[in-house]
Design a binder for this molecule. Structure first.
Ligand SMILES: [Zn+2]
Length: 662
């Protein structure tokens, strides 16, 4: 109630400023709304906003709201109306609402009801690349005022509270999103998922107010810029312009370039200027190492300063000298053009000798907040963000929120996510995107934290996770929180004890793959299961019980996979060659034991495939993560086990088998 009154007060002050009389604007009862009015020729994004508003606001009160074209709207019709989109809004307010800033949106109370409008571009209604201000207004109303929540795409993923007495406060709100890019990648490419699921992902992205409207790219650029995909052309280029390429062990070679070569810089300036598709074009180096060792490049490195591996020189000063030079000269020719760069691996730290980054340079700050479960890593990250803030106006978060490192297992790090966004926005971060997972059955709380913070990174986070558990699990909220909390506590306690193949404090893939049985020993799994059983007993039939069952499915996968990874670890310890699994203990060869382990690994590996195929339309597990590795011949643990057992059946998960099953 307090928040509601505060909101009214806030709105009243605005009303006075807008010269709107108080008598006209009083809180409105949702039940008095009869229809949603949208212009006959409104862009698809606004039409969709109208449809969604009618559907969900109708479900809140239990009444049917009709979508009425503006041409058929009768001003004397009974009851209140929602007016969606610029044309309907202008008609009712009686003045022009534009021009709009990118993705700007408006909620404005009028005597006849409520106007929801904004920057609506033509294009597909469900594409996050198309500005949809009307949708941002509609979903803000549904979510923040009416309590409709979207936890994940598809089945069991939405909560619509029944509230026939709902009252809408007076709105005088006109805003742009805090972050210009808000994008959570739901796992592997759509070709691995069912069409039905892909459609649900698009809807969920809209409903959680994600967007990637300014055309901006930050990733590795040289493959595209210099045409490395064409092997012959590349070989020719190395022959004709050897000095463009990185000098490595006395040899000029791709995929890194010599970033102090004036012709390389000139080439990249022209590449950026020619890219008419993007407002921000990328000039980032290629992935991996093998950077240039020529004298001119090395002269820009700060003597004695080492990169994150403690061996390779830190390359920030040379790499950002290159980036700054390009950005400055691009700006001279095209003042509207932005230049995108990764801050990554050997150039993740701010440069020492460069005082300011060019204002048209956008730095995509590659980090994984999950590494911040180690407090020291979190402190280092904060320090790095603050240092970057001093010299760069435009910082972009590029995160891994549940990528392949996790194999779809739980890794609750909501606290670190909240901190990353809160602290990041204080440091001037202005966009966020990253790789997530389709595995909401094991990772839903993380994604909740991400989507809420992407939309409003400056919000008070005190109750942000409690709100999730209450909305999603009702009377079982505490038990489900205890379920995820069990993994969380185990993670915090056991993270320092993981097996170190590489001496890295952060997220080193090989360390994590070898450590799941340490992170989640059987007692932890038993404890988690106990809480899930409590949750099942507390949740009444319906949406809450369905969601608990959804996580039950995720738990079955978790137990299966942790057992399976332990088997792989035990096999590796006995000398069986399983890519990425390290023989730590060098146990003596034992035929009987090995046979037994192989048999168990085979059964669990088959069960893993069965689980991945069981509910493909659910946002439960990512069958794409596993199928992708089979397509690429990566992590072929199950294939290796089958080979040793002389079992000659192919995997059930590849892009071909998944597509055939649609
Ligand atoms: Zn060089």
């Amino acid at each position: 109630m307090k928040a509601f009154l505060k909101r009214l007060g806030y709105a009243a002050a605005f009303s006075a400023a807008f010269g709107i009389s108080q008598a006209e604007n009083t809180p409105q009862r949702l039940a008095d709304f009869r229809r949603v009015v949208v212009a006959d020729d409104a862009p698809p994004v606004a039409q969709f906003a109208a449809k969604e508003l009618a559907e969900y606001a109708g479900r809140v009160t239990g009444q049917t709201l009709e979508v009425v074209p503006l041409s058929r709207y009768q001003p004397d019709a009974a009851g209140l109306s929602f007016f969606v989109g610029e044309a309907a809004g202008e008609k009712i307010i009686g003045r022009k609402l534009g021009p709009w800033k990118t993705e700007e949106w408006l909620l404005q109370t009028v005597p006849q009801g409520l106007v929801l409008a904004g920057d609506d571009q033509p294009g597909r209604a469900l594409s996050v690349f198309v500005a949809a201000g009307s949708q941002l207004a509609a979903y803000t109303l549904l979510d923040e005022t009416l309590g409709v929540k979207w936890f994940w795409p598809g089945a069991f993923g939405e909560h619509v509270p029944a509230n026939p007495g709902a009252v809408l406060p007076v709105f005088q709100t006109r805003r742009v999103p805090e972050f210009m890019i808000r994008n959570y990648g739901v796992g592997y490419p759509g070709k691995y998922h069912t069409e039905a699921f892909n459609e649900e992902v698009e809807r969920w992205a809209r409903r959680t107010r994600q967007g990637w409207v300014p055309k901006a790219v930050f990733g590795h650029s040289w493959y595209g810029a210099f045409g490395f995909r064409d092997k012959e052309k590349t070989a020719e280029l190395v022959k004709t312009h050897p000095e463009w390429f990185a000098l490595v062990n006395g040899k000029r070679q791709p995929p890194q370039m010599c970033t102090t070569n004036p012709e390389v810089i000139e080439y990249m300036i022209n590449y950026v200027l020619a890219d008419k598709k993007n407002a921000i074009s990328t000039i980032s180096p290629s992935d991996g190492g093998s950077f240039c060792e020529c004298e001119r490049c090395r002269a820009l490195d700060v003597p004695g300063l080492l990169g994150y591996d403690g061996k390779t020189p830190q390359l920030s000063d040379r790499v950002f000298t290159y980036a700054n030079e390009i950005a400055r000269r691009v700006h001279e020719k095209d003042p509207d053009k932005g230049v995108g760069m990764f801050a990554y691996t050997f150039y993740s730290q701010p440069p020492v000798r460069i005082e300011k980054m060019e204002p048209n340079l956008y730095l995509s700050f590659v980090h994984q907040a999950m590494a911040n479960v180690d407090p020291q890593v979190q402190e280092e990250w904060k320090t790095r963000a603050l240092e970057w803030k001093k010299i760069s106006p435009h910082l972009v978060m590029r995160e891994g929120w549940g990528n392949h490192y996790l194999l779809d297992l739980p890794f609750p790090h909501e606290e670190e996510i909240l901190t990353a966004f809160s602290f990041g926005s204080e440091c001037g971060f202005m966009a966020a995107y990253g790789e997530g997972s389709k595995a909401f059955s094991t990772q839903a709380p993380n994604t909740w934290a991400v989507t809420r913070m992407m939309w409003d990174p400056k919000q008070d986070t005190t109750n942000l996770m409690r709100d999730f558990y209450h909305a999603a699990y009702g009377p079982a909220a505490d038990a489900v929180q205890a379920y995820f909390g069990t993994f969380r506590d185990a993670l915090k306690a056991n993270w320092p004890n993981r097996r170190f193949v590489l001496p890295a404090r952060g997220m080193a893939y090989v360390n994590i793959i070898n450590s799941w049985d340490i992170l989640y020993p059987p007692a932890v799994l038993d404890e988690a299961e106990k809480h899930l059983k409590e949750a099942a007993a507390l949740a009444p039939a319906g949406e809450y019980a369905d969601r608990v069952a959804f996580h039950r499915f995720g738990f079955e996968y978790t137990r299966t996979l942790v057992d399976l990874l332990r088997c792989y670890h035990d096999l590796a310890n006995r000398g069986v060659d399983l890519d990425t699994f390290v023989n730590f203990e060098k146990l003596p060869y034992d035929t009987t034991k090995e046979k037994e382990l192989l048999r168990r690994a085979y059964e669990l590996g088959e069960k893993r495939e069965t689980l991945l195929l069981e509910h493909r339309d659910w946002a439960a597990l990512d069958e794409g993560l596993y199928a992708f590795t089979n397509d690429k011949g990566l992590r072929q643990w199950h294939a290796a086990v089958k080979k040793l057992l002389r079992i000659d059946t192919p995997t059930r998960l590849t892009s071909a088998t998944l597509a055939a099953k649609k």
